[in-house]
Design a protein around this ligand. Structure first.
Ligand code: SF4
Length: 70
């Protein structure tokens, strides 16, 4: 199975911290209050995109460059 890689879409992250609480070791909050991914493997275990109620967690390979530019 191919390993997934997750990223945080900063524009969508409101820094609620729910991903950090729900998945210790998967993400952490940076000084600017936004989440960052520490371990994609851990995030995958915890449910990946499902963890963020704001849709800020995405699979990196799931987004095209065009979509990213919007
Ligand atoms: S759950 Fe989503 S909005 Fe909340 S801190 Fe994590 S990535 Fe950001």
């Amino acid at each position: 199975m191919e390993e997934k890689k997750y990223i945080i879409i900063e524009e969508k992250c409101v820094g609620c911290g729910s991903c950090v609480m729900a998945c210790e070791g998967g993400t952490e909050l940076k000084e600017d209050g936004k989440a960052k991914v520490i371990s994609s493997a851990k995030l995958e275990e915890c449910g990946g995109e499902e963890l963020c109620p704001y849709g800020a967690i995405e699979e990196e390979n799931g987004i095209s460059d065009e979509e990213r530019a919007d």
